[in-house]
Design a protein around this ligand. Structure first.
Ligand SMILES: Cc1cc2nc3c(=O)[nH]c(=O)nc-3n(C[C@H](O)[C@H](O)[C@H](O)COP(=O)(O)OP(=O)(O)OC[C@H]3O[C@@H](n4cnc5c(N)ncnc54)[C@H](O)[C@@H]3O)c2cc1C
Length: 299
């Protein structure tokens, strides 16, 4: 058994003032420098000697890193180091991005959310990260800064595997952009942990839908799952069923079956793959039913 080691290994700390400084430190020390914002992932990894960086580069004080801006036309722009509590209490998030607020509400505990950042959660690229499926259903994009300048990465291309993201050598995450949600959009984020006191997700499902006259059912759905594959995943086959057929209980059952079939969970210390699959189906079904009720009330 891997017992936690006492304390952190020795390291140097730099609080970066400019993007250029961050990029040049990452290029100069590719194996020894790691980025740092809230530290709620990296310090645990260091404590457990999973990583032993000689240099931590603090990027949260760079200009714009904690800003939160909303424009009804272009949407929400979140600095990568905006903390989860800053985001959840922002008026525009409460009003227009309720799925994001709901996911943050289900995330750890209040004290942690004062420290944990959205960028750290995405960059850590854990399959169970709560903001992963949210970035997928809102079709967010991530702004990276690196040796060649700025680059935008769609959320759908950002997660490459457990702990692996699409940032190249010398790049760091600066901002996450959430487009304006479709008109009339409703959503639910359902998360199952081992307890209700802020555990990591065993399974979670983000369900978003909005009226859409261009599809037969009159509603377009976006579904994403976490903790049941090496990365957060969308479920396009279930979304296609919900666009094609009237939103009856049978259609919803078919879509939930498809979500279960698409998921690829593993057995681990927190739950069996078998249980996780059953819960994918249950959470997806419940999420769609609840969103259907929300849409009917609106309509
Ligand atoms: C008690 C506890 C409960 C938790 N509960 C949850 C939970 O319910 N749901 C959940 O999803 N997570 C949970 N977490 C995990 C963690 O809190 C989150 O992933 C958090 O959002 C990470 O943000 P941070 O700012 O602390 O990241 P950091 O630890 O600072 O960084 C995380 C990773 O991203 C890298 N990084 C940091 N900044 C950048 C950047 N700008 N560009 C590129 N890479 C960067 C770091 O090098 C590191 O690898 C929990 C953690 C703890 C300790």
């Amino acid at each position: 058994m891997n017992l936690p080691s006492p304390g952190l290994p020795d390291f140097d700390y730099v609080s970066a003032d400019t993007s250029d400084e961050v990029v040049s430190l990452l290029l100069k020390y590719p194996n020894d420098a790691r980025l740092f914002m809230g530290g709620t992932d990296i310090f645990l990894h260091m404590r457990d000697r999973l990583v032993t960086p000689k240099l931590l580069v603090d990027v949260k004080h760079l200009p714009g890193m904690t800003s939160i801006d909303f424009d009804p036309k272009s949407g929400l722009r979140l600095g990568a180091a905006a903390t989860l509590n800053m985001i959840a209490r922002h008026q525009a998030v409460v009003k227009y991005y309720s799925l994001l607020a709901e996911a943050i509400d289900a995330f750890g505990m209040y004290q942690l959310r004062n420290r944990a950042t959205i960028g750290g959660n995405l960059c850590n690229a854990s399959p169970c990260a709560d903001t992963g499926p949210i970035a997928l259903v809102y079709e967010a994009s991530l702004l990276a800064i690196g040796p060649k300048g700025e680059r935008t990465i769609p959320a759908a291309e950002f997660f490459l595997g457990p702990g692996k993201n699409a940032l190249d050598e010398g790049e760091f995450l600066m901002r996450i952009d959430f487009p304006t949600p479709p008109k009339g959009c409703a959503g639910r984020y359902l998360k199952l942990g081992r307890n209700s006191a802020g555990d990591l997700a065993l399974v979670s499902a983000a369900v978003m839908a909005y009226p859409d006259e261009s599809v037969k059912s009159s509603y377009s759905f976006r579904l994403a799952l976490a903790s049941v594959a090496p990365t957060p995943i969308r479920v396009p086959a279930a979304e296609a069923i919900l666009a094609r057929d009237p939103l009856t209980d049978e259609t919803i059952e078919l879509a939930a079956n498809e979500a279960e079939a698409t998921s690829r969970p593993i057995d681990d210390i927190r739950a069996s793959a078998h249980y996780r699959k059953a819960m994918v189906k249950a959470l997806t079904r419940r999420g769609i039913l609840e969103v259907r009720t929300m849409l009917e009330k609106e309509g």
